[in-house]
Write a protein that binds this ligand. Structure first.
Ligand SMILES: Cc1ncc(C[n+]2csc(CCOP(=O)(O)OP(=O)(O)O)c2C)c(N)n1
Ligand SMILES: [Mg+2]
Length: 280
């Protein structure tokens, strides 16, 4: 496909479709990729980078910028596609993903423009985002700090330690999003370690909580733009998503977690994405 980049006139849906297309192509390469959790996060990333975050690809180190951390760093392919579409580096670089010499590795590192910190060891992103929020506040800046967590990731105790700290510190410019796709590496999250009632759990930790269809980019953007929702409280948006969303042969299946697409399945995936675009 041609390596085009998003323009100001593209809708969020058009951008999301382009990101999915890049992810599918990357997952057909030698490295494969975490396709399922990348696809469940596409609209969250689209809403953030194309509507909500105050970031400028020409000044990625601007101290006033909003911060975003992909705590579920295994979904790197979705982040790379999003950053490239947003102009942090050329879209053409995506074809090097996972190949020798490329900075686009299985998990994100600082060498990639737009990546704030290396992530992928689950359970650390919320605490790091607390640090960003605290630093912004100490410097008297209005900027916000966002972090995307997996629902399986919530089984890490360090997440809840950070949740307590954020509420105690009244970090109301901190916004977490939970990719509630119901699946982790080996199966259903609620069969392995039940988390419901998830919204009530976060509320009991002192957070403002909202829930949303995690594939509705406009609704995601509205909620995220409006944070903080309650003065003095950090916000968490529980995004109800489908792992592998948009690919009938992988959607909602744990098998979508890590995939190296064969030429046949690459073609099937591209055909499925075309059908979705036409229907949309
Ligand atoms: C500390 C740590 N333990 C284990 C892993 C291996 N691992 C990578 S992804 C994953 C499952 C994560 O599930 P979830 O957070 O629900 O992610 P998603 O469904 O969005 O892909 C695991 C266990 C890891 N990256 N970090
Ligand atoms: Mg999950």
């Amino acid at each position: 496909m041609t390596a085009t980049q998003a323009t100001a006139l593209d809708t969020l849906e058009e951008v999301a479709a382009r990101i999915r297309s890049h992810v599918v192509d990357m997952c057909a390469g030698p490295e494969g990729g975490h396709l399922g959790g990348a696809f469940s996060s596409v609209e969250v990333l689209t809403a953030l980078y194309f509507s909500v975050l105050d970031v400028d690809p020409r000044r990625p180190d601007d101290p006033e910028r909003d911060r975003f951390l992909l705590s579920k760093g295994h979904a790197a392919v979705a982040l790379y596609a999003t950053l490239a579409e947003r102009g942090f580096f050329p879209v053409g670089e995506l074809s090097g993903y996972g190949r020798p010499g490329s900075r686009l590795m299985g998990h994100p590192v600082r060498a990639v423009p737009g990546v704030e910190l290396p992530t992928g060891s689950l359970g650390h992103g919320l605490a790091l985002a607390c640090g960003f929020a605290l630093a912004h506040r100490s410097a008297g800046r209005d900027a916000r700090s966002f972090v995307l967590l997996g629902d399986g990731e919530l089984q890490e105790g360090s997440v809840w330690e950070a949740a307590i700290a954020a509420a105690s510190l009244r970090l109301d410019r901190l916004v977490a999003v939970v990719d509630r796709n119901g699946l982790q590496l080996t199966g259903a999250t609620d069969r392995i370690a039940p988390m419901e009632p998830l919204a009530d759990r976060w509320r009991s930790f002192g957070w403002a909580v909202r829930e949303v269809d995690g594939h509705d980019a406009a609704a995601l953007a509205d909620h995220l733009a409006a944070a903080p929702w309650e003065p003095g409280r950090p916000s968490v948006l529980i995004a109800r998503t489908v792992k592998g969303h948009g690919l009938p042969f992988l959607a909602g299946r744990a098998a979508s977690h890590y995939v190296t697409l064969s030429p046949r399945n690459h073609a099937r995936a591209r055909a499925a994405l075309r059908t979705t675009e036409t229907a949309g």
